[in-house]
Design a protein around this ligand. Sequence first.
Ligand code: GTP
Length: 247
Amino acid sequence: MRLIQNMCTIAEYPSPGSTAADYCLGAAGRRLVKIAVVGASGVGKTALVVRFLTKRFIGDYERNAGNLYTRQVQIEGETLAIQVQDTPGIQVHENGLSCNEQLNRCIRWADAVVLVFSITDHKSYELIGQLHQHVQQLHPGTRLPVVVVANKADLLHIKQVDPQLGLQLASMLGCSFYEVSVSENYNDVYNAFHILCKEVSHKQQPSSTPEKRRTSLIPRPKSPNMQDLKRRFKQALSAKVRTVTSV
Ligand SMILES: Nc1nc2c(ncn2[C@@H]2O[C@H](COP(=O)(O)OP(=O)(O)OP(=O)(O)O)[C@@H](O)[C@H]2O)c(=O)[nH]1
């Protein structure tokens, strides 16, 4: 991709399951965290992904082709491989949300999702609740880590959504919340991805592995009973004395 030079574009819309990238990263022995960035059109999803991966804000992006990018991140002393899937903007129709199969595949593939809206677009904010529900429906039986990001915080003069509303919504959904300006601040963007990676990393590492659990179930050899030892020692001693006397 012309505008995104520092990143490694792996594939477009990877099929769920193993990909060439999964194989390479697996070979490197790094744990993999897969993140999908989802939201309405024009909220700054591509800008967010590019900022996270290159630290740069370019300002003008090619219309999203749904690319997948990688980078490595240090989480609690461990280097994790991260794949970030940028997705095309969601269209809202009269009868609600319209997610095509490509997008659904990306969401199913992901270990975590970044839900983005723009503070300059109330409709993009209204979409977040529905999107969150949709994401959880595509991951039945598990609570997928999600972070809600309110972007374009620099455009206060055309603000349509109070960031406080974003915070309330996120806490209602049980998600972390970040208000960011992709154009002006890298750290907030990094922190939003970082907290998500941390959550996934903790989820991937159960507190006690099956191997450890199995080991703890194996009965330990009993410590020798002192009374029994003393009795046997006395027996052995008296046998020796008897032998010596009989000689
Ligand atoms: N002022 C300002 N503009 C931003 C910010 N983030 C993104 N933009 C601009 O918003 C426009 C849309 O950004 P994109 O990253 O293409 O948005 P997108 O969500 O990927 O859009 P689709 O590909 O249509 O889904 C671009 O002109 C960006 O420069 C921001 O934090 N502040």
